[in-house]
Design a protein around this ligand. Structure first.
Ligand code: FAD
Length: 269
């Protein structure tokens, strides 16, 4: 079925991840009428960005989003050299602060704010942009469309907007990122992101919640879950300070980890 009336908007944004949702709020606060599309309401439950540098944290503040105890403030990074010499703190310049929070918390809060914004219609559907300025989508078996003066592609790896523009490039998977969720670990310098050197690659560790710490490492992309466990235990555990090794090992043995592909897409302008 086809509904013939296209609704008019100033802006159509494809993708209600962090970028699309924030972009929708920023446009709406300037008085624009916004159609915000999201194809996968539960897609936030993946290994994705949790660490926000100061500019991103400031942007969230600017649209009035406060995370209170759901987020942890960060002062920067501290590097632990592989030769065991003193850790090297790398604070953000000028006392700036970043923010760490579960990806799901970030996305849900942004979407909630977008849904409560009178100028934004959040449309739960896969959007298909067309060359005549329309965005079509199917809801309850009916094909609908909107017309917008501006189209924003915030569809992440979905890349429907890049395809429309003919700007596609072949993704190349280079490695996999493994995110390990640890309970009850104490970090040597709370308030900082920790980079432990000396393993197969660096281990990046940061506090995510009052009782949980995230650790992120790289692994060859062809590794199975079982091979990843061996890699984490044999090639990464020895690079960690003794007092966090046991929490890391326990989380790995209980398979409290997720994978994400590290994909390179050559830039096309
Ligand atoms: C393992 C990992 C760790 C990362 N760590 C960090 C970090 O610490 N800090 C950081 O800043 N960044 C990090 N990143 C990157 C960060 O996750 C992304 O930059 C961020 O999620 C990008 O947000 P986005 O809104 O552009 O895209 P996404 O989060 O990918 O959202 C795109 C949205 O568009 C929707 N969509 C796609 N196609 C369509 C369509 N046709 N119609 C409607 N909706 C559609 C998708 O369902 C999705 O919800 C990490 C990424 C990974 C994989």
């Amino acid at each position: 079925m086809n509904s013939n009336n296209s609704r008019r908007y100033d802006v159509a944004i494809i993708g209600a991840g962090p970028v699309g949702s924030l972009c929708a709020l920023a446009h709406a606060r300037k008085g624009a009428r916004v159609a915000l599309f999201e194809a996968n309401p539960n897609g936030y439950d993946k290994l994705k960005g949790e660490w926000l540098h100061p500019p991103a944290s400031r942007m969230l503040n600017q649209v009035g989003l406060r995370f209170g105890t759901q987020g942890h403030v960060t002062n920067g990074f501290v590097v632990f050299p592989e030769d065991g010499s003193d850790p090297i703190p790398l604070p953000y310049p000028g006392g700036a602060r970043g923010l760490v929070l579960p990806h799901e918390t970030l996305v849900l809060k942004l979407r909630e704010a977008a849904q409560n914004e009178p100028n934004i219609d959040l449309i739960w559907a896969a959007a298909r942009p067309t060359h005549d300025g329309r965005v079509t989508y199917t809801q309850n078996g009916v094909e609908e469309s909107v017309i917008a003066d501006r189209l924003v592609g915030a569809d992440g790896r979905g890349a429907v907007v890049l395809r429309l523009l003919g700007l596609t490039s072949k993704p190349m998977v280079r490695s996999r990122m493994i995110g390990v969720r640890m309970d009850g670990a104490a970090l040597p310098m709370e308030g900082y992101g920790h980079v432990f050197c000396g393993g197969l690659g660096p281990v990046f560790m940061y506090r995510l919640g009052d009782n949980s710490v995230s650790a992120v490492v790289d692994a060859p992309h062809e590794y199975s879950s079982r091979e990843a466990v061996d890699l984490l235990l044999n090639s990464y555990v020895p690079s960690l300070p003794a007092d966090i090794r046991s929490s890391f090992e326990e989380a790995v043995r209980k398979r409290r980890f997720k994978f994400a592909g590290n994909t390179i897409r050559p830039r096309i302008s």
